[in-house]
Ligand binder design. Sequence first.
Ligand code: F6R
Length: 243
Amino acid sequence: MEVVILDDARDLASVAADAITALLARKPDAVLGLATGSSPLAVYDELTARHGRGEVSFAQARAFTLDEYVGLPAGHPERYRTVIDRDFVTRVDFAPDAVRGPDGLADDIPASCAAYEQAIADAGGVDLQILGIGSVGHIAFNEPGSSFASRTRIKTLTRQTRLDNARFFDGDVDQVPTHCLTQGLGTIMAARHVVLLATGASKAEAVHQLVEGPVSALWPATILQHHPHATVLLDPAAAGRLQ
Ligand code: F6R
């Protein structure tokens, strides 16, 4: 695991964007893994700026998102499919249908999750996965106790994750869905390169566990200690509890 501590989110975004730009230069049809939430926003802004300057193209790339709330209607502004389109996908030149996400409105959730796993496999697997980390130590929505072997499936969100995400739902935790579909830890571990971003003191304990704690399902991100190519990008506050 490579740990990089830089001054602020813009510097971190630049490093992550460099990795994606270099990947697409050598493999224009690369498969990206996209996270939603606050952590990758500066990366998406940086990639959008580079795309505007003609420095990177996503025209041949494909992408898979990490997770989705269950039950939010198609037009809901916080549905992750809507969020990733707004934050990134529609700002660059992805081809129509090049970006897929788990279907939080599927009638047959197990079948839909299996089909999502198959679509990732059919695409050749994820070349570079962008990740954030929850204050509880989740990656995607693999909450504490998640199996290290897990694949895309339905999960119950912890109360803490729902409180953390209430800021996107008018500050009202009761509006945050109770369930999600999420890629599993096994799915994420199969990505060839993972790039995790964390900023702010609220992530410091999870980052401490990620980097220095024992590998434990109680802190699901710790499985990344076993990943052959994991890059962890931190600001000083998120790195504040590292030894
Ligand atoms: C989002 C996701 C989550 C977030 C995490 C951090 O698709 O998979 O694991 O990355 O909850 O969220 P932010 O970045 O909003 O602090």
